[in-house]
Design a protein around this ligand. Structure first.
Ligand SMILES: NC(=O)c1ccc[n+]([C@@H]2O[C@H](COP(=O)([O-])OP(=O)(O)OC[C@H]3O[C@@H](n4cnc5c(N)ncnc54)[C@H](O)[C@@H]3O)[C@@H](O)[C@H]2O)c1
Length: 314
């Protein structure tokens, strides 16, 4: 099949590109390298890379018309500056509208999206959060991602929106895991927040997405989660252990900021039924794989959608 992947140079997108190529698909990636890296993409005769923004409607329509994708995986998103509402809106709402309308023109058979669990807001009314929980995003990233998801569902395309817990692993440059690695190896000060997260291995996510690429699962929204969570301190300790730095184990725990959720536990039962899928990889193995990648691919910068305290740590 011809599969078009937006944001294919990012963490989730590039792993999907590898999975798609391994199954003999032809793949085209559109990415503006805002948070992704061209070096995340393999050299492969069946892979084409277009460096550009999905905000550029003419480019998107032309690329779709030439490539004629049967499946679209829309992984491009802006999130790195919580105060840049314009960039969030441009990429996540307008850019998504461009990708959706180009998909309609080409009669795309299946459209796959990745939604943030923050679509349920930072204070969900139930834990675990079920798929029918009210949608009430309260930060720029989640508001604009939700606009994108609504356009997708309104379009009438056969669309699967995976609402994700924290997806991590090699090539992940957002959130606490790469920040812990970077600051520990640079011998910089650190603290952790008193929050909890459900960490999902990127290859576990790829397995359920590849089932959706193959047409499994009805159009709709699904959670990709384990249903359990770890404290950020436990994640920190796993990174310390993986780096062999027991002297760094003591760490200050700080109260979370007003835009941060204590935890968002997503109920994965619908996804388990529809796709026969569940997470497999332990936190220790996830950290091991991520750290192995960071060791050979130095990180100079990490990203977060959260408003950081003035000393800009985690
Ligand atoms: N990783 C997670 O835990 C998580 C959780 C919820 C949702 N998501 C969603 O999953 C998707 C993939 O996220 P990721 O973790 O791989 O992040 P990522 O930053 O690694 O990947 C996003 C990619 O989109 C690209 N991009 C940004 N703006 C663009 C634009 N205007 N045009 C073209 N490309 C653009 C970036 O350069 C990057 O390569 C995103 O849609 C994100 O919102 C991720």
């Amino acid at each position: 099949m011809n599969v078009l992947v937006t944001g294919g140079a990012g963490c989730v997108g590039s792993h999907l590109v590898e999975n798609l190529l391994a199954k003999g698909n032809k793949v085209l990636v559109i990415d503006n390298l805002a948070t992704g890296r061209a070096s995340n993409l393999p050299k492969d005769a069946n892979l084409e890379f277009v460096e550009g923004s999905i905000v550029d409607r003419d480019m998107v329509l032309k690329v779709f018309d030439k490539f004629k994708p049967e499946v679209v995986i829309h992984a491009a998103a802006a999130y790195k500056d919580p105060n840049n509402w314009v960039e969030d809106t441009n990429t996540n709402a307008l850019g998504t509208a461009n990708v959706v309308q180009a998909s309609k023109v080409q009669n795309v058979k299946r459209f796959i999206y990745f939604q943030t669990a923050l679509c349920y807001g930072t204070k969900p009314i139930e834990q675990p959060v079920t798929i029918t929980h009210p949608i009430r995003p309260d930060c720029s990233y989640a508001i604009s991602k939700t606009a994108g998801e609504q356009y997708i569902f309104m379009s009438g395309l056969d669309a699967v929106s995976f609402r994700l817990a924290n997806v991590v692993g090699p090539r992940n440059l957002s959130g606490p895991l790469p920040t812990f690695y970077m600051r520990l190896t640079q011998n910089k000060s650190l603290f952790v927040m008193d929050t909890r997260r459900d960490f999902i291995f990127v290859q576990d996510l790829c397995e359920v997405v590849m089932k959706a690429v193959d047409g499994h699962g009805k159009s709709g929204a699904y959670h990709v989660s384990s249903g359990g969570d770890f404290s950020i301190k436990e994640l920190y300790e796993a990174v310390v252990d993986e780096l062999g730095m027991p002297e760094k184990k003591q760490i200050e725990v700080r109260p979370r900021g007003p835009d941060d959720a204590f935890t968002i536990l997503l109920d994965p039962s619908l996804t388990q039924q529809a796709f026969g899928w569940k997470t497999k990889t332990s936190l220790r193995d996830i950290v091991k794989a991520a750290v192995a990648w960071y060791k050979v691919n130095p990180i100079e910068q990490t990203f977060t959608h959260l408003k950081l305290p003035p000393d800009k740590t985690v």
